[in-house]
Design a protein around this ligand. Structure first.
Ligand SMILES: Cc1cc2nc3c(=O)[nH]c(=O)nc-3n(C[C@H](O)[C@H](O)[C@H](O)COP(=O)(O)O)c2cc1C
Length: 193
């Protein structure tokens, strides 16, 4: 994490904000505070939600909490030595990790997969809003995301399962905002009449 760049808010429409979003793998030590996070989450949390179950929760990890997560990942992997140190350091790549947990409620009509779709929608929307606000974001998971040591660090209830973490930080100077991946919409679109 080098070269702290101040976030620059943009006032683009939704289409432009979505089109220009891209993940930022290497971020600086700058990060949004909880007040800003709550502001953005109050918008991200309005995604379509069958029966308004609000089947999700966000947990912010800063400071030593990231190191505890690293140790939990290494415990889950059963690693020792240099391999352990390398895995344990991964959460330190950003100053702020936002864990998004899907929380499945028992409901007679709304199946679990529908609730997971809501939680994923919140994560995508929060990621987009952070990007639009000028922060660098990358959604990451890994093979140990749903292990017991990792759940314990977050204090998850038995009905909560992580969808991963939004790694958040400042955008280093010179990072390109040019979209690198074109979408061939016609290849994945079918129109029935
Ligand atoms: C649920 C989920 C988990 C992901 N996990 C990882 C990950 O662990 N490591 C990684 O390099 N990219 C991961 N990605 C992909 C990146 O977040 C990102 O989308 C990808 O690098 C493409 O960049 P773009 O978002 O700018 O198109 C994940 C994406 C999603 C939606």
């Amino acid at each position: 994490m080098t070269g702290v760049a101040a976030p620059v808010a943009t006032a683009a429409g939704a289409f432009e904000a979505v089109r220009r979003r891209r993940s930022v793998a290497k971020v600086t030590a700058a990060a949004p505070d909880d007040t800003e996070l709550l502001h953005l989450l109050s918008a991200a949390g309005t995604v379509a939600d069958h029966a308004a179950l609000q089947p999700w929760r966000v947990i912010a990890l800063r400071g030593d909490a990231r190191a505890r997560l690293g140790e939990a990942l290494a415990d889950a992997a059963g690693l020792v030595g240099d391999d352990r140190a390398a895995l344990a350091a991964k959460p330190l790549r950003a100053p702020l990790l936002l864990a998004v947990a899907a929380r499945r409620h028992e409901h007679p009509k709304v199946h679990g997969w529908e609730q997971d779709a809501v939680a994923a929608g919140v994560a995508h929307t929060l990621s987009l809003l952070l990007d639009e606000a000028g922060w660098g974001v990358m959604w990451r998971t890994g093979p140990h995301v749903r292990t017991e040591p990792v759940a314990a660090v977050h204090g998850l209830a038995p009905d909560e399962h992580l969808l991963g973490w939004l790694y958040v930080g400042g955008v280093p100077e010179g990072v390109s905002r040019v979209r690198h991946r074109a979408i061939d919409a016609a290849a994945v679109f079918t129109s029935l009449a």
